[in-house]
Design a protein around this ligand. Structure first.
Ligand code: HEM
Length: 150
């Protein structure tokens, strides 16, 4: 397969993973309004695992694109890529808090009961999600800048 076709396929996969990350995060924000029913709690856990898997794929595919676009050296010397990458890592680290909260409901869900969640933890988790969305806005600003060599 030619480099051009591979570059286009990698761009498609990159966008597919990025759109999945954004949409699953938006679903989490909309769903996470306690008190939760058992079904809502289970859905949040499932949506969060899709979010985590697509974020992991996004990182791997994004790095894979280096080879089919301008080469790793170009990106690691580009300030917009470095900002984009730092924002991505920051968002990934911030997302650990809500993920651990959702995973802490395991016993309740197994027992067939809806989890009761401390309001302070709810506020913190929602704040994390807002920070992640803000980081994505920054990433979307940096992406076209880095692609055009700015
Ligand atoms: C939420 C996370 C991300 C979003 C929303 C995102 C978005 C985008 C967008 C919109 C473009 C197209 C830019 C353009 O052609 O104008 C792009 C290109 C690209 N992204 Fe991402 N991206 C994300 C994460 C990543 C990560 C983690 C990496 C690598 C570690 C990465 C590497 C790349 C590369 C190499 C390109 C091609 C740039 C070029 O054409 O020279 N992206 N990204």
């Amino acid at each position: 397969m030619s480099m051009l076709v591979m570059a286009a396929i990698m761009a498609f996969l990159h966008h597919l993973a990025a759109f999945t990350v954004v949409s699953t995060l938006a679903i989490e924000v909309a769903l996470f309004k306690p008190p939760l029913t058992l079904v809502q709690a289970r859905r949040l856990q499932i949506v969060d695992s899709v979010f985590g898997i697509s974020a992991g794929l996004l990182l791997v595919i994004g790095m894979g694109r280096f080879h089919f676009e301008k080469g790793a050296a170009y990106y690691f010397h580009n300030p917009f890529f470095l900002t984009k990458f730092s924002l991505f890592i920051a968002a990934a680290l911030i997302s650990i808090y809500p993920t651990l909260l959702f995973l802490s409901w395991k016993q309740d869900i197994k027992a067939g009961t809806a989890p009761t969640i401390d309001p302070v933890k709810v506020r913190k988790a929602r704040m994390c999600m807002m920070l992640e969305l803000t980081a994505i806005v920054g990433i979307l600003f940096c992406a076209p800048m880095m692609a055009r060599g700015l």
